[in-house]
Structures are given as C-alpha cells and as structure tokens.
Ligand binder design. Structure first.
Ligand code: ADP
Ligand code: ARG
Length: 337
C-alpha cells in the first residue's frame, strides 16, 4: 500500500513535514522501505502522524477498513456479549477463541519516539494497575527483562506471548531498549493477558479453548472497563482509539478463532476469497506472517474502524458461522453416495 499511495505528488507534499515530536515521513515509511513484502508498509511514528501525514494515511486506512476520510468512528459500544453465544457448541471445528484490543496511554508517544524512561514509566504504571485487579482477573506481571529464554519460548509456543524481533517493527525503530519495559501480565487461569510495550503500549487479550465467544468477549469488556477507570487512553473522535499501525485503529479489536476447516482449506485461494467476502482475514497457526499447521487457521475480523465494537464481533461471528456451514456442506457432498 505504501508503494501504491506514496505517489510523487504525495511525496513532494509530505517530504518536509514534521510532527511536534519531530517525526518525519521517513519515520512513517521506513518499515515498508526495508520490507518490500509488507502488506501496508507504514506506521504512525507518534499520535500526530495520522494528521500530519494524512495524505498518505487516509487512502491506506480507506483501503484496509473501507473507512472514508470524511467518516468518523462511532462512540464505543460494547453491546451485550451474551448475544454472541457459542460458535461451536459441539467442539467439532473451533480449537480456541481469542479477542484482543489495543490501547495507547495518553501523554506517551509511540515506539519510534519513546525513550527508555517512557518505556520504564509506562511499564511501572501499567503493571501496578494490572496487579491491583481482583477476582477472575487477579494475576501477576512478568517483565521480559530477566525472563529465561525457555519460559519465553514456552509462552510463545502456547500462543500467550508475542514473538521477539519482528522485522517490520525492527525497521520501524520499535524494538529499541528491548527487553526493557516489555512484559506480560496474566491471570491465574491464563484467560486474561496483557502485553506491555510490544507493538502498542497495551494489548489486552481474552482467550480460552473452545468457541464460547460470549464469555471470552465478556471478559475482555469487563477487563477494559475496569482498567480504564485507572488509566486514560488516547482516543481521537475521527479515528477512535489510536494505535501504532493503521490496521488497528478504531475499535482495535481482533476477534479470532483457531479453527479446522480441512475441506475448505484444500483450495486455499478460493478459501481466502470466501473469507474476504465475509470480511474475514486468514492467518497461520502462529499468528501473522506464519503458515497454517495441521490445517489449523487463525480467522478473524478484518475491519476494526468505522464500526462499533459489537458490530466488529458480530461480523466475525456471522462470518465464522458461515464458514462452518460451508465446511459442513462439503462434508455432506463427500458422504452422499
Ligand atoms: P495479534 O495482532 O492479534 O496480537 P498475532 O497474529 O500476532 O495477533 O498473534 C498473536 C498470538 O496469538 C499468536 O501466538 C497466535 O497464534 C495467537 N492466537 C491468535 N488467535 C488465536 C486463537 N483464536 N487461539 C489461540 N491463539 C491465538
Ligand atoms: N507492517 C506490517 C505489514 O505491512 C504489518 C501490518 C499489520 N500488522 C500489524 N501487526 N500491525 O505487513
């Protein structure tokens, strides 16, 4: 998308602009320049970049989310989680479900502009609030600094922790001072987790085995509501919650299932096309930029901006239910004589 939208004309317009944090066009496009296989290729070096470099961000945001530059993100509306139900009550297709959202903390810049003190202050503030959570959210914060390689690898293997050394983030100057200020919080049952200072200041995650979307989403809504009583998040009336990557703006929600759809997966191109029609995105088993293993796909809502939280969840639920129906139809044709 960087290649498509950074035309000579846009380049001339933006090449000398700077945000008040001092971020330049180069800070925005460096990741895409270094990684020509990027899908998007740009990041907001700080919260002002979305405005200062809007001639580049707006068309990318429109292509990714279908959100026009004249549109505005609706007010937050979590809806009633119970209405979402269980997507696979018999446990025949869905292995696990995860819903995450991202939050940036008011008063702090984004990765490329953060200094060591920003990282450490933010970690201290966040870990204190998280460790004061009670009941089902009660848990502990584990800094990456001092965590053994073995523990990290196991947490990554179990899909709980972010990977280290993402080349897209690296090129965007976002891995500086690593592992300082980075870490993970989780509750005793590892159903509620928070990533601190990886791609975004915070990634809040609710996940568990099976397809009980109502419970999993309900837990996230409850957790975010409790945490926002203690911390102010950066929200913009047009773009919703602000994130480092334009793909995550708005609701910032990615609701995914790990699902087995062996028959649909046989023709991967057709499968992806079908998923796109339902506004879904297909990822590999170990997340973004990975391949499917043993026929397990990570399927989630593609759009996060221009719709409410509940609409994002409903779009995901409807799409997943449709895919399961299509898989069942193929099973039916194979079984009939
Ligand atoms: P995100 O942008 O949502 O953080 P990634 O694609 O980087 O997503 O994935 C982060 C981790 O979450 C990976 O280990 C991935 O396998 C895991 N994950 C995503 N969806 C699910 C799911 N439904 N069940 C279990 N693990 C999941
Ligand atoms: N910058 C990468 C690309 O353009 C990732 C984009 C979306 N993913 C993300 N984690 N923000 O392909």
């Amino acid at each position: 998308m960087l290649k498509k939208y950074l035309t000579r004309e846009v380049f001339e317009l933006l090449k000398e602009r700077k945000t008040s944090y001092g971020s330049t066009l180069l800070d925005v496009i460096r990741s895409g320049l270094c990684n020509p296989d990027s899908h998007i290729g740009i990041y907001a070096a700080d919260p002002e970049a979305y405005v200062v470099f809007k001639e580049l961000f707006n068309p990318v945001i429109e292509e990714y989310h279908g959100f026009e530059s004249s549109s505005s993100q609706p007010e937050t509306n979590w809806g009633n989680p119970e209405e979402l139900g269980n997507l696979d009550p018999d446990g025949a297709y869905i292995i696990s479900t995860r819903v995450r959202c991202a939050r940036s903390i008011e008063g702090y810049p984004f990765n490329p502009t953060m200094n060591e003190t920003h990282y450490l202050d933010l970690e201290k503030k966040v870990s204190g609030v998280l460790e004061s959570l009670t009941d089902d959210l009660k848990g502990q914060y584990y800094p990456l600094l001092g965590m053994s390689r073995e523990t990290q690898d196991q947490l990554i293997e179990d899909h709980f922790l972010f990977k280290e050394g993402d080349r897209f983030l690296e090129a965007a100057n976002s891995n500086r001072f690593w592992p300082k200020g980075r870490g993970i919080f989780f509750n005793d049952t590892k159903t509620f987790l928070v990533w601190c200072n990886e791609e975004d200041h915070l990634r809040l995650i609710s996940m568990e085995e099976g397809g009980d979307l109502a419970t999993i989403y309900g837990r996230l809504v409850d957790a975010v509501s409790r945490i926002e009583r203690e911390i102010s998040f950066s929200r913009n009336s047009r773009l919703g919650y602000l994130t480092f990557c334009p793909t995550n703006l708005g609701t910032t929600i990615r609701a995914s299932v790990h699902i087995k759809l062996p028959r649909l997966g046989r023709d991967f191109e057709a499968f992806q096309e079908m998923a796109r029609k339902f506004y879904l995105q297909v990822r590999g088993t170990r997340g973004e930029h990975t391949e499917s293993e043993d026929g397990v796909y990570d399927i989630s809502n593609q759009r996060r901006l221009g719709l409410t939280e509940f609409q994002a969840l409903s779009e995901m639920r409807d799409g997943i239910l449709q895919l399961i129906e299509q898989e069942k139809a193929l099973e039916g044709t194979e079984q009939s004589p």
